[in-house]
Design a protein around this ligand. Structure first.
Ligand SMILES: NC(=O)C1=CN([C@@H]2O[C@H](COP(=O)(O)OP(=O)(O)OC[C@H]3O[C@@H](n4cnc5c(N)ncnc54)[C@H](O)[C@@H]3O)[C@@H](O)[C@H]2O)C=CC1
Ligand SMILES: O=C(CO)COP(=O)(O)O
Length: 319
């Protein structure tokens, strides 16, 4: 919609023909943003060939579980000169792949990027002042996305640390679940601050082990996205955590949400990967035990508070 507001013709691909017809007729997506008027430059379609074959830029905004399957449907119609950008914040279980890695493996594009940052969809729809990060190792991709998406309420900053930006978006969902749970349990502000800051330490430790630059976590896609997702009930991951903190089961919390909360799956994948790589992630591992092995939260908190006394910023004073 931002690209359309900026005057570019946009094709929005979706599976549901009735919803596509509704959007084209009434300029409105009732299910997600009933109060938002969709620009005339957006044409909804269920025809993947029509959607991708004439496009210069393709944003893939599909939950990570279905990301590769949808990209595969389009692959035969894609060209190397097209810019392909992922907006998904998750990890594919098979091969522990990031979305940029799927784009690289499943498309001929020479211009791959990711878009990530503190970007709650509902607030962007309200035109709240917002900033994001486009990450790519390709300067053309970065400048093209900055040009197409920047407007009076949306700023696009650039990075060349694709993995760092992408991992920031995926990993913060884990800690948003923890923060939602803490909020439901009525913890103090000191506690929330400790949780968010130690989450950042853990996220950046893991990302560095995966080849990312720790400095990226100082930016919008790191600390920025972590703050918004750990503090806002607009975050679906936060809401799942809140429901768990109120005593609901994980299945019930996810079912009640009715939308994707990537963190639920990401915890499992990251916890296993951390154990495999020997990366110390007490928060993610503790949350995993609560979610999947019914360990009482109080036990996890006790373990965390009495665990190893370590350093504050390990990139300053190593652990
Ligand atoms: N909603 C938000 O505020 C933000 C979401 N994201 C990320 O964007 C990704 C998508 O999230 P949302 O759009 O919010 O999720 P959502 O749950 O609100 O919507 C997902 C959409 O994808 C469609 N979908 C699911 N499986 C599909 C498949 N196999 N083929 C085609 N379409 C399929 C669903 O029908 C639905 O319309 C996630 O990785 C999320 O982390 C990133 C930034 C902000
Ligand atoms: O990534 C987001 C905001 O930047 C959206 O978070 P949720 O997926 O938790 O709603």
């Amino acid at each position: 919609s931002i690209a359309a507001d900026n005057g570019y013709p946009v094709q929005q691909w979706m599976r549901d023909q009735a919803l596509a017809d509704h959007i084209n007729l009434y300029r409105c997506n009732n299910r997600y943003l009933p109060d938002y008027v969709i620009n005339e430059n957006v044409q909804a379609t269920t025809d993947v060939v029509a959607a991708v074959s004439s496009a210069d830029i393709i944003f893939v905004a599909i939950p990570s579980k279905a990301f590769a399957a949808v990209v595969d449907q389009a692959e035969a119609y894609l060209r190397p000169d097209q810019v392909m950008v992922s907006t998904a914040k998750g990890i594919q279980e098979d091969g522990f792949l990031l979305m940029s890695e799927i784009l690289r493996a499943h498309t001929p594009s020479q211009h791959i990027g990711v878009l990530s940052g503190p970007n709650l969809a509902k607030e962007i729809a309200q035109k709240q002042l917002t900033a994001t990060v486009v990450a790519s190792d390709d300067a053309y991709t970065r400048s093209t996305i900055q040009q197409v998406l920047s407007c009076s309420y949306f700023r696009v900053y650039a990075s060349n640390d694709l993995f760092g930006v992408e991992l920031g978006g995926a990993l913060k969902n884990i800690y948003a679940i923890a923060a939602g749970m803490a909020s439901a349990l009525g913890v103090g502000e000191n506690t929330k601050s400790m949780l968010i800051t130690r989450s950042l330490a853990e996220m950046s430790r893991f990302a560095v082990a995966m080849g990312a630059n720790p400095m990226t976590f100082l930016g919008l896609s790191g600390v920025g996205d972590l703050i918004v997702t750990c503090m806002s009930p607009l975050s679906r991951n936060f809401r799942v955590g809140y429901a768990l903190g109120e005593g609901q089961s994980l299945d019930h919390a996810v079912e009640q949400l009715g939308q994707v909360a990537e963190g639920v799956n990401t915890i499992r994948l990251v916890r296993n990967k951390a154990l495999e790589m020997g990366v110390y992630m007490p928060l993610a591992c503790g949350l995993y035990e609560v979610l999947f092995n019914n360990l009482p939260v109080s036990k996890v908190i006790h373990g965390l508070m009495t665990g190893e006394q370590s350093t504050d910023v390990e990139f300053v004073l190593p652990r």
